[in-house]
Design a protein around this ligand. Structure first.
Ligand code: SF4
Length: 209
């Protein structure tokens, strides 16, 4: 069931035995405001905290993603430290975005083809068109996406590359090639990400990837 509750109702629901997911749709501009919510939940019992999952989801269209992601991760650490459970961090996961796969295509009603569903379907952002005989005519934007999707040498040498991939192919398309970490993670941040990932795996033994 997908229902929106205010914080006092959420506390009451947890105390009544319901399982809840608290979701933060974050940008760099709003992520700090979610820290206050922690105060509402830090005094819950262990059993109540066990029924609560905190889920940080980036606003994909936001242009401040690296900064926002790093802030969200540091905040998630504080939630975790007070005994609350974090949802799987989709930006740190072995799974790749569907836009990275050759066999994933978004077909607009105009016949223009795209890869990413988190961007406007402007004709200048299309990556292919359907020819009258049904061929997919991929353009240079698509070829660039496929060429850079595996990341930079810096990312290849990074110890969390199998989880991070240096971001999705869309973020790689939109940023300048760089020799610094896209997410601006320190080694301490990476330790925190690995710990959070490990804790999530331990709570989800049914997940096999
Ligand atoms: S260097 Fe940064 S962006 Fe690249 S894989 Fe490592 S954490 Fe991810």
């Amino acid at each position: 069931m997908n229902t929106r509750l205010c914080l006092s109702e959420a506390r009451a629901a947890l105390q009544a035995g319901m399982e809840l997911n608290v979701r933060f749709n974050y940008t760099a501009a709003n992520v700090d405001s979610f820290a206050d919510v922690l105060r509402e939940f830090e005094n819950l019992s262990v059993a109540e905290k066990d029924r609560l999952t905190v889920d940080y989801q980036p606003v994909w269209q936001d242009g401040t993603r690296p900064e926002a992601d790093a802030k969200a991760e540091r905040q998630a650490e504080r939630y975790s430290a007070c005994g609350l459970h974090m949802a799987e961090n989709k930006t740190i996961s072995p799974t790749h975005c569907y836009a990275d796969f050759k066999n994933s295509i978004v077909i607009n009603y105009t016949g223009d083809l795209y890869k990413c569903t988190a961007r406007e379907f402007h004709p200048q952002l299309r990556e292919s068109v359907l020819s009258p005989d049904g061929q997919l005519l991929w353009n240079s934007r698509y070829r660039k996406r496929m060429a850079i999707k595996h990341g930079t040498p810096l990312c290849h040498a990074c110890r969390i590359f199998p989880l991070c991939h240096g971001g999705c192919s869309q973020t790689k398309l939109e940023r300048a090639v760089s020799d610094v970490c896209y997410y601006q993670y320190s080694e301490v941040d990476k330790d925190a990400l690995l710990r959070r990932r490990g804790e999530w795996i331990l709570r989800h033994p049914e997940v096999s990837y």
